[in-house]
Design a protein around this ligand. Structure first.
Ligand code: PLP
Length: 364
């Protein structure tokens, strides 16, 4: 048995997370926009999902069915949304486990429809429109129209709930008012053909929140799917320069234990060949400095350069699979063996940390 007080730990401050969900939700509602809370960034940790439910998100959303699968059995009543366009091989589960999915393939829509029939269910779909970011979505507007009309008129177990788009993922394309207006135009063309209003026009993710902050979101957009902007709330501040001081940046803390502290040279001693990952790095010689070794490694977070020590005097020097090497010469406290060191996470690391079975999850 491993002892109770084991490290590394991920400490989740649920009140801080809840605050973020509520603030983002209120700021959206104020502009007539509902929020689908995206839980994939924290690997669908149930205690986090509960906060999304309690804050009253319109949907709880994930790209992975296995994160949505346990939720209804565990008492979550918020409708569930599948946000990665489904694999053909998972359509039965998409219908069984979720209420609504994002889609971009007519063949998959037909398969969802047959499954919904077999399961005696009605499944809602949002058709994704690719506005240039070049990940998922219909590119050809005629194919989009054909799919919309097919869902509306022929696929009787599906309900055409709306259209959506995704921006700022692959192509780094900004969710400008003009881009989002293109989505509204698509929606209105569909509405004209089907003779009714669509329930949802889903204008993207965290990268669309600037439109809420600047109050220039096209009027008809009424649903955003937000993950990072709630969980970490870092990108809008750090990348886009918005004042996001009303959100907590520290709802998640990664805490690891120090297993060695020694004064060592900063430049490796010997003939430099390859590191643990086959790279030939370069090292700056800063003389002898105090270093600490943590029982935590790349398998837990993948990107050492993306770990952010809370103690601003600590620098992450590098890592191998199971070790992280810190420069603690200028640390604010005197670091000793057995101490713990705290880190802020970013999107690149939180997805690994929450996925790692090696990291105990603690809720406060
Ligand atoms: C991941 C994802 C989101 C949420 O993105 P964030 O940047 O975390 O807000 C929204 N929509 C889709 C389709 C996604 O895959």
């Amino acid at each position: 048995m491993v002892s109770q007080n084991r490290y590394p730990k991920l400490v989740v401050d649920l009140a801080k997370l809840r605050h973020n969900i509520e603030k983002v939700k209120l700021m959206c509602i104020d502009k007539g926009v509902e929020v689908a809370g995206v839980i994939k960034g924290c690997t669908g940790l149930f205690e986090c999902v509960e906060q999304f439910e309690r804050a009253g998100c319109r949907f709880i959303a994930s790209s992975r069915l296995e994160q949505l699968e346990p939720l209804k059995d565990r008492g979550i009543q918020t409708p569930l949304m599948m946000i990665r366009v489904p694999m053909l091989s998972e359509v039965a589960d998409v219908v069984r486990l979720t209420d609504i999915s994002l889609n971009s393939e007519i063949e998959v829509l037909k398969a969802l429809n047959s499954q919904a029939g077999l399961q005696d269910k009605n499944h809602k779909v949002i058709l994704m429109v690719d506005l240039g970011d070049l990940r998922e979505g219909f590119w050809d507007k005629e194919e989009l129209m054909e799919a919309a009309l097919m869902v509306e008129n022929d696929l009787h177990n599906l309900e055409l709930a709306g259209v959506g788009t995704n921006l700022g993922c692959y192509g780094a394309v900004a969710a400008t008012p003009a881009k989002l207006q293109e989505l509204v135009v698509c929606a209105e063309e569909i509405e004209e053909k089907i003779g009714r209003e669509l329930e949802f026009i889903s204008g993207g993710a965290t990268s669309t929140l600037p439109r809420i902050l600047e109050d220039n979101l096209p009027r008809r957009i009424n649903l955003l799917r937000v993950g990072e902007g709630i969980l970490l709330a870092k990108d809008l501040q750090d990348l886009w320069g918005y004042d996001m001081s009303f959100l907590n940046k520290d709802a998640f803390t990664l805490r690891a234990e120090v297993i060695e502290v020694k004064n060592k040279p900063t430049h490796p001693v010997g003939e430099i060949m390859f590191d643990a990952f086959g790279n030939q790095p370069t090292y700056e010689d800063r003389g002898i400095r105090k270093r600490a070794l943590l029982a935590l490694g790349k398998v837990d977070y993948a990107f050492p350069e993306e770990l952010i020590p809370r103690d601003k005097g600590i620098q992450v020097l590098g890592a191998s699979s199971d070790h992280t090497i810190l420069d603690v010469e200028d640390a604010e406290t005197d670091i000793k063996v057995g101490d713990t060191v705290d880190f802020d996470l970013c999107y690149a690391t939180i997805v690994y940390v929450t996925n790692s079975d090696n990291i105990e999850k603690v809720y406060i």
